[in-house]
Design a protein. Structure first.
Length: 265
């Protein structure tokens, strides 16, 4: 569960495992907690229970390795029947040369509750919890990857109802009078030479480095707004052509009438 050595673990900043939300029921004597330290006995270890019996609402020390002399590599503590504990807290202090003495073979089994219910693992120097919120203040988090390069790397599919991305700007500048809108001839030339729109990454670039969602949405909106301006301009030209065509139709009808009159004479 933890490596034998964790940087930053001191008596003031211990590794703390907190189990919250235990049912309001007496914990049976058969409930136990234990771990194996392999060949490294723990230097200091403490179990505390938050006693709510008769509205005491205080943390009580159930076991403390500083007063329990145990030199073996496995250590377990029976939780007494007295008291009603709404949460339990296990504190591991560093030993010789910063060795915590806790291996991945840590185990908790509370027979009177749902096993592992409400288990919260907290390294005091890096983790903070506020109510139901848990925050990590150091390093990167990886899901499906052992070498995350960002605050959160996920090697797989993320399913979400909504994704909110912070951006530093938005292309409303396209609609400002001073915006230099390139001509369609220039757009055509760039496509012929580069194979993609200007300021939009190529397929090769995207396959190699991916895309930044906020930045790409802004660029796509810029192109949509430019396309809107092209369509507005085209619509104006079409309207002019339509007006001219209507005039020509009227003039043509007038000429046809004159020709008919002349032919009847």
């Amino acid at each position: 569960m933890f490596p034998n050595h964790i940087s930053g673990v001191t008596p003031d900043n211990p590794v703390v495992i907190l189990i919250e939300g235990l049912p309001s029921a007496h914990t049976q004597a058969g409930a136990w907690v234990g771990w194996t330290t392999r060949s490294l006995p723990a230097s200091r270890f403490k179990i505390e229970g938050y006693d709510i019996y008769n509205s005491a609402n205080v943390w009580r020390v159930i076991a403390d390795n500083s007063t329990v002399d145990y030199s073996g590599s496995n250590f377990s503590v029976k939780i007494p029947t007295a008291g009603i504990y709404s949460k339990l807290k296990f504190t591991f202090y560093n030993g010789i040369n910063g060795v915590v003495g806790l291996s991945e073979l840590f185990f908790i089994h509370t027979e009177a509750t749902t096993p592992f219910a409400g288990l919260l693992t907290q390294l005091k120097t890096n983790w903070q919890n506020n109510g139901t919120n848990l925050t990590y203040n150091l390093g990167n988090v990886g899901i499906g990857t052992s070498s995350p390069q960002n605050k959160l790397d996920v090697n797989g599919t993320i399913h979400s109802k909504e994704v909110k991305v912070d951006v530093s700007g938005w292309p409303d500048y396209v609609f400002k009078k001073q915006y230099d809108l390139v001509t369609l001839e220039q757009v055509e030339k760039h496509i012929a030479e580069k194979g993609h729109l200007e300021n939009i990454p190529s397929e090769e670039e995207v396959l190699k480095g991916g895309i930044s969602l906020g930045e790409m949405n802004a660029k796509l909106l810029q192109k949509i707004e430019e396309l809107t301006l092209y369509m507005i301009d085209l619509n104006k030209k079409v309207n002019v052509i339509q007006d001219n065509n209507d005039k020509l139709v009227k003039e043509n009808k007038a000429l046809v009438k004159k020709i008919d009159k002349l032919e009847k004479k």
